[in-house]
Design a protein around this ligand. Structure first.
Ligand code: BTN
Length: 326
């Protein structure tokens, strides 16, 4: 949002009643027609602003867009989301994060959140595409982590705990984590997370934690194959959810866990992840690049690999692949 529009918005937000264009113009030291232009911009962003010849402008309703100004009003974090980038539409917030981090200094971007209303080339796990229509929460958190390389996978664990906890707290829905880091409600996926790394030898340049949440998505708008396996918060709650409140909650929950990781409290995170796991202690089918097999998911190891006791009693360690609940 441009600074002038933001300044007009702030004045309207603080006002007790309607304010004339003249008063706003005077306060900001710009013309009345410039104010009118900004009011038009704010309305385009979804703000409800009434105007009358006699009384002036009044903010009567907020936007449902995921604008940084709105998220910041609710955000209670120390560093996550203090910097934000917002796009109506972009190919992928991951690509934006990569470009910013490659071209800038990742330390300066630590905690930045990149948001998009819609992604035209959303990326999922294992190189798959990720449907990202308007109404979802599509975001990437840029991190310059102070963690050992072998613990980086735990950032995704912290993220998936944060999403599951936020859904539980906001809507009292029993969201769980399906290995590796999918968020499920019942037997349907509602959110996915993806960690991208830029590292060389043992130096970590930066990490990008991508979070995709099917928030206000109409299931009918999804492809027939997705419709069978995916749900949305709108479908689960029966109405549009407050995406700003949910995102602010996810970021807060994530920051708390991320700070635990930086304090080497790995066990706390593993314990919480296990307590929210849909996979552990269940029979599953595993599909890797090389094979498919069934068994019981008995544990995850120190590297986040899933430990399966196969039906023939043998133990298999799964680093990457798909896991289906049986
Ligand atoms: C998965 O396959 O489950 C992971 C999906 C991750 C999707 C998010 S949406 C925001 C960010 N940008 C992307 O293109 N992907 C991630």
């Amino acid at each position: 949002m441009k600074d002038t529009a933001l300044n007009v918005l702030r004045i309207l937000e603080e006002a007790d009643g309607p304010l004339s264009g003249e008063i706003i113009a005077e306060r900001l030291g710009i013309t009345r027609s410039a104010i009118w232009k900004q009011i038009r911009e704010l309305r385009k962003m979804g703000y409800n602003i009434t105007s009358s010849q006699t009384a002036g402008y009044q903010l009567t309703g907020s936007t449902s867009m995921l604008l940084p100004h709105e998220v910041h009003k609710r955000l209670r974090t120390k560093f996550i989301g203090k910097q934000m980038r917002y796009f109506d539409r972009t190919a992928s917030t991951t690509w934006v994060g990569k470009k910013l981090a490659d071209e800038g200094n990742p330390e300066d971007l630590h905690g930045m959140v990149i948001l998009a209303e819609e992604q035209t080339g959303g990326v999922g796990r294992l190189g798959r595409s990720w449907a990202s229509p308007a109404g979802g929460i599509w975001c990437t958190i840029v991190l310059k982590p102070n963690l050992p390389l072998e613990r980086l996978f735990m950032i995704t664990m912290a993220g998936s705990i944060a999403v599951a906890r936020a859904i539980r707290k906001e809507y009292d829905i029993g969201a769980l984590i399906k290995w590796p880091n999918d968020i499920f409600i019942g037997d349907k996926k509602v959110a996915g997370l993806l960690l991208e790394l830029s590292a060389e030898a043992d130096t970590i340049h930066y990490c990008l934690l991508g979070i995709g949440i099917d928030a206000n998505i109409l299931l009918d708008e999804l492809s027939p194959s997705l419709k069978e396996t995916v749900t949305s918060l709108k479908a689960e709650t029966g109405g549009d959810v407050d995406r700003v409140a949910l995102l602010a909650r996810v970021l807060k929950e994530f920051e708390q866990r991320y700070l635990l990781l930086e304090s080497e409290e790995y066990e706390t995170i593993i314990r919480e992840w296990k307590s929210l796991s849909l996979t552990l202690d269940h029979r599953v089918q595993i599909k890797t690049m090389r094979k498919t097999f069934d068994g019981e998911a008995i544990d995850i190891d120190d590297h986040g690999a899933l430990i399966i006791r196969k039906d023939n009693g043998r133990i298999e360690r799964v680093i990457a692949g798909d896991c289906y609940q049986l």
